[in-house]
Design a binder for this molecule. Structure first.
Ligand code: CDP
Ligand code: MG
Length: 745
C-alpha cells in the first residue's frame, strides 16, 4: 500500500481526460472516484476524435490507476475447474472494464487502433469478446503475432480459458505447423502466415475480423500486411480491422490508416525502480548471472526475468546458473529455471507460465519474446543486459546477418515495465540507458526484401516501388531484391513473375531455398533436396553439443556423416537417410549425438515440402549416387552464396569483396580446404562465418546462373580450357527463362 501511495498525486491525464486525485487517497479510492465520473468523461465529448487528437501517450510518466484485486483474489477457490478459474481471471484483466465500449467502437469503426500496455489483455481477450458478440458467425477472427511461440502459447491460453481443445474452436497456424480445423473460429497465426493466406484467399473472405497484433514490433511481414489489409478494407466494407500495439507509435498507425480512431486501454502498472550500471562490464552474461544471484540472496521473493539474445545464450546461462546453484548447496532448490525462446519444444513452453511453488523463485530466461509478446505473471525483477538479436541486411553487398545489437530506449522501457505488473518492481539494467537509440529501425528498412517482393508480385502488385509502405525501404534494397529474383529466374526482364516464380511462391521458405527445391526437378534429385531443405529449416541444430569433456565424442560421431567429405548439406542428407534406415529411432539419435526433436521436426517439414512439390506437379525423383546433381540443385538456389578460397585459408565471396570464413561448427572446418564453396547463410560473431557449406565446381556458376556470373568472375581459379566448354552449357538455362517469359506474355 505504501508503494502505491508513491504514485503521482494531483492532476493526471487519463486517456479521456484529467482525473484529480486528492493527497492521501489510495489508488483504489482514486479509481473508484474516477469510475464514478467515467460515464461522463469517457467518450462523453461530442467530438470523439478531438479527445484522441490531443491524447498524449504518457503512460510511463503518469501514475497508472491501479485496481487492487484483493477482493477478487479472496474469491479464488482452488477447487474450481480451470475453465471456471479462467473465466474469473478474465474479469480481472484491465481490458475487461472496457469490453462493451470496445465492441461498440469496433462495430462503428472499420479500422480501430488499440493501444494498451502489455498484459492488459488485448491478445487473449479481444478475439473472445468478438466471438461473444457474434462476429464468428460471419467469419473467422484472425489475430497475427510476429513470433511463433506467441501465436502458439496465446492460442493455447485462449483455448484453455474457453474450455475447448486447442485446434478446435481456437487454433494457431505457424510455418510448417497448422493446428486448426474446420471448427476453428479464433485463429492465431504468425504475420507471415497471414501473408501466405492472402496468396490463397486474396480477399480473406473467410474472416470477419483481422487483428494485426503487436503492431509496434514492425516486423517485415506486419509492415507488408498493413499495406495489404488497408487496401482490402476498401474492397470489403464488412471486414473489421484492428491494429493493436503496446503504447508506442499509435499516432503513426492512426495516420497511416486514414486517421483511424485510437482507443487506449489503460493498463495497471506499479512503480518500477530502475537501477543501472554506470560502467557496463564486458561479460554481459556473467554479470547477468551474478545479478540473478544477488537478487536471490538479497531481495524478497518474486520471480526474475532475464532478457538474453537467443537460444544459445539462454542455454549457456542455464548451465551456468545450475552450476552456480550446485556450488551454493542446499539453497539451489529454491530457484526454478525456465527458458523461453522461439524454438523451445512446445511441451516445455507451458512451464514458464506455471506459478513457482511456495518458497521458490522462478528465474525466466527469455529472448525479447517476453518484452511485449508474452506476459508472464509474477515477475518482480527484471535483469536486462540490454541486447537483442536483429537481422541486418546490407543491400550494397547483399550480406545478411544476425547481429547482437543494443536495444532501443523504447525496448528498455518495455522490459523494465515487465517487473511492475503485479506489484512494485525492480529492473537491473546492465547498461546506461543514455547510450541507446530512441527506437528500433523497422525491419523493412534493414531486411532482405526478396521474399516479400516475390509475394507482392504473386499477389499482382507489380509496382513494388509504389507500394503503400508505412516506412518505405530504400530503393537500393528493392533493386537488390528484384535483381536477386531475376537472377533466380523468379522474375522476367520486365520484372513480372515467371512460372518458376509462381512455383517458388508455393513454398513457405526464402526464395533461394525455394529455388533450390523447385530447381531439383531438373537434376532429378527432389527426394534428396527436400530432405536437405527440411533439415535446414528446423530452426534448431541437428547435432548435439555436450559439455566440454564429451565434445570430442560428439565430434567423432558427427564426422561419420561426412564420408564423402563434400560438406554440411550432404552430411545432413546422410544423417536423415541413416535415421530413416534406423526406423526413425530416438535411441539411434541418442547414440549418435543427434537431436531427435530436430529430426522429428525435419521429418514433418519434409512431408509438407513433398506435398507442395506434388501440388506444383514435380515428381519425387531420387538420384542417390549422383551427389553432383544434388550439389548442382543447391547451387541453383544458392549461387549468390558462393565463395572462393584465398591464399590465407579464408574465403572471398564471388563478385563481392567480403572475406568470409568456414564456421567452426561445420564439418569442413579444419579439414583440407575446398577451393569453392556454396554456403547456406552467414552469421556474424567475431567474424563473418559461413554456416552449412558444401563444395562445388565453379563452372556450375556460369552454367546455372549466366545472368549473374560472368566468366571473369571465376577465371582466376580455372584453367582456360574448361571455360570455353562451359560457356556452351550455359545456354540451356537462358533458353528456359526465355520460354517462361514468353509464356507469361
Ligand atoms: O496482449 P496483451 O499484452 O495486452 O495481454 P495478453 O497477452 O492478452 O495477456 C493477458 C494475460 O493473460 C496476461 O496477464 C497473462 O497473465 C495471461 N496469459 C497467460 O497466462 N498465458 C499466456 N500464454 C498468455 C497470457
Ligand atoms: Mg499481446
Amino acid at each position: 500500500v505504501d508503494q502505491r501511495k508513491r504514485f503521482g498525486v494531483g492532476k493526471e491525464r487519463y486517456g479521456d481526460g484529467e482525473m484529480t486525485r486528492e493527497r492521501g487517497k489510495t489508488e483504489r479510492e482514486a479509481w473508484e472516484d474516477h469510475q464514478a465520473q467515467k460515464a461522463t468523461l469517457r467518450f462523453g465529448s461530442k467530438n470523439k476524435k478531438g479527445v484522441y487528437d490531443g491524447y498524449e501517450f504518457v503512460f510511463d510518466e503518469v501514475a497508472r490507476l491501479v485496481e487492487t484485486c484483493d477482493e477478487v483474489e479472496a474469491e479464488k477457490d482452488e477447487s474450481r475447474t480451470v475453465a471456471e478459474r479462467g473465466k474469473e481471471d478474465r474479469k480481472m484483466l484491465p481490458i475487461y472494464a472496457y469490453r462493451d465500449e470496445l465492441l461498440k467502437h469496433i462495430e462503428e469503426n472499420q479500422i480501430l487502433v488499440i493501444v494498451g500496455e502489455t498484459g492488459s489483455g488485448k491478445t487473449t481477450q479481444i478475439p473472445q469478446y468478438l466471438q461473444e458478440a457474434g462476429y464468428t458467425k460471419r467469419g473467422k477472427i484472425g489475430c497475427t503475432q510476429p513470433r511463433r511461440v506467441a501465436a502458439m502459447s496465446v492460442a493455447s491460453r485462449v483455448a484453455q480459458e474457453l474450455g475447448v481443445k486447442l485446434g478446435h474452436e481456437v487454433g494457431y497456424s505457424i510455418r510448417f505447423e497448422d493446428c486448426t480445423s474446420e471448427k476453428t473460429v479464433i485463429k492465431y497465426m504468425t504475420d507471415g502466415m497471414l501473408l501466405r493466406e492472402l496468396l490463397i484467399e486474396p480477399t480473406l473472405g473467410s474472416y470477419s475480423v483481422i487483428m494485426v497484433d503487436e503492431a509496434h514490433e514492425r516486423t517485415l511481414s506486419t509492415d507488408i500486411l498493413f499495406g495489404l489489409v488497408k487496401d482490402l478494407a476498401k474492397a470489403r466494407p464488412d471486414l473489421r480491422l484492428i491494429i493493436s500495439s503496446a503504447t508506442l507509435e499509435a499516432k503513426k498507425f492512426s495516420e497511416y490508416f486514414d486517421s483511424a480512431m485510437i482507443y487506449p486501454i489503460p493498463g495497471r502498472r506499479y512503480p518500477v525502480e530502475k537501477l543501472f550500471q554506470k560502467c557496463p562490464e564486458p561479460d554481459r552474461l556473467e554479470t547477468a548471472i551474478r545479478t540473478v544471484f544477488q537478487i536471490h540472496q538479497t531481495e524478497p521473493l518474486g520471480d526474475v526475468l532475464v532478457f538474453l539474445t537467443g537460444q544459445e545464450e539462454i542455454e549457456t546461462a542455464e548451465t551456468k546458473l545450475k552450476q552456480r546453484m550446485k556450488d551454493l548447496g542446499s539453497k539451489s532448490s529454491e530457484i526454478i529455471i525456465c527458458p523461453i525462446y522461439s524454438n523451445l519444444p512446445t511441451e516445455l513452453q507451458a512451464k514458464v507460465f506455471e506459478p513457482a511453488a511456495k518458497g521458490t523463485r522462478k528465474v525466466v530466461l527469455a529472448t525479447n519474446i517476453a518484452e511485449t509478446s508474452l506476459t508472464i505473471d509474477g515477475i518482480r525483477y527484471v535483469v536486462d543486459p540490454g541486447y537483442c538479436k536483429i537481422n541486418s541486411y546490407d543491400p550494397k553487398t547483399g550480406m545478411e546477418s544476425l547481429l547482437e545489437t543494443p536495444i532501443s530506449k523504447a525496448s528498455a522501457e518495455q522490459r523494465a515495465g515487465r517487473s511492475g505488473r503485479t506489484g512494485p518492481g525492480k529492473c537491473f539494467r546492465l547498461y546506461n540507458v543514455k547510450d541507446l537509440e530512441a527506437t528500433t529501425v523497422p525491419e523493412v528498412k534493414r531486411a532482405n526484401l526478396a521474399s516479400v517482393v516475390l509475394t507482392l508480385k504473386s499477389l499482382g502488385i507489380n509496382d513494388v516501388y509504389h507500394f503503400d509502405f508505412m516506412d518505405p525501404p530504400s530503393d537500393n534494397s528493392l533493386v537488390k531484391a528484384l535483381e536477386l529474383l531475376y537472377a533466380l529466374g523468379a522474375l522476367d526482364a520486365k520484372s513480372e513473375i515467371t512460372k518458376l516464380g509462381e512455383r517458388m511462391v508455393e513454398f513457405p521458405v526464402d526464395p533461394m531455398l525455394s529455388k533450390m527445391i523447385v530447381g531439383s526437378e531438373k537434376y532429378k534429385c527432389s527426394v534428396e533436396i527436400i530432405t536437405i531443405a527440411a533439415m535446414l529449416s528446423t530452426g534448431s541444430s541437428i547435432f548435439y553439443r555436450p559439455s566440454k569433456n564429451q565434445q570430442y565424442l560428439a565430434d567423432n560421431a558427427r564426422m561419420n556423416f561426412y564420408t564423402e567429405k563434400a560438406g554440411d548439406h550432404i552430411a545432413l542428407l546422410r544423417v536423415y537417410n541413416t535415421w530413416k534406415e534406423m526406423d526413425y529411432s530416438s535411441q539411434w539419435c541418442y547414440e549418435n549425438y543427434i537431436q531427435s526433436k530436430s529430426m522429428r521436426r525435419a521429418r514433418d517439414i519434409r512431408e509438407q515440402l513433398a506435398g507442395l512439390l506434388k501440388k506444383i506437379g514435380v515428381e519425387l525423383t531420387s538420384n542417390p549416387d549422383d551427389l553432383d546433381a544434388v550439389k548442382k540443385a543447391i547451387v541453383a538456389g544458392f549461387f549468390p552464396h558462393s565463395a572462393k578460397l584465398q591464399k590465407d585459408g579464408s574465403y572471398k565471396r564471388v563478385r563481392e569483396p567480403q572475406t568470409v570464413y568456414v564456421h567452426p561448427n561445420s564439418g569442413l572446418f579444419g579439414a583440407p580446404p575446398k577451393k569453392w564453396l556454396v554456403y547456406h547463410e552467414l552469421v556474424l560473431t567475431t567474424k563473418e562465418y559461413m554456416r552449412h557449406v558444401t563444395e562445388m565446381k565453379p563452372e556450375w556458376l556460369v552454367e546455372i546462373a549466366p545472368h549473374y556470373f560472368k566468366l571473369k568472375d571465376i577465371e582466376e581459379a580455372q584453367p582456360k580450357k574448361t571455360q570455353s566448354r562451359r560457356s556452351k552449357s550455359t545456354k540451356s538455362l537462358v533458353l528456359k527463362v526465355d520460354t517462361n517469359k514468353k509464356a507469361k506474355r
